[in-house]
Design a binder for this molecule. Structure first.
Ligand SMILES: [Zn+2]
Length: 52
């Protein structure tokens, strides 16, 4: 793994639920590596879909 990454990678991701890119947020500072969804709504949608 490179020691430092381009800022562009850290700045945004694609949501695993809706597939849209979302921006880095201060509240995700510590968990950005684990963030997969752009919002709670998408996260809940994803969880619900698992059981269908
Ligand atoms: Zn989303």
């Amino acid at each position: 793994m490179p020691r430092h990454r381009p800022p562009s990678i850290r700045a945004s991701k694609d949501c695993a639920a809706c597939g849209r890119p979302f921006q880095w947020r201060k509240k995700w500072e510590k968990v950005w590596e684990e963030v997969k969804y752009c919002s709670d709504r998408c996260r809940h949608d994803r969880n619900r879909a698992k059981h269908v």
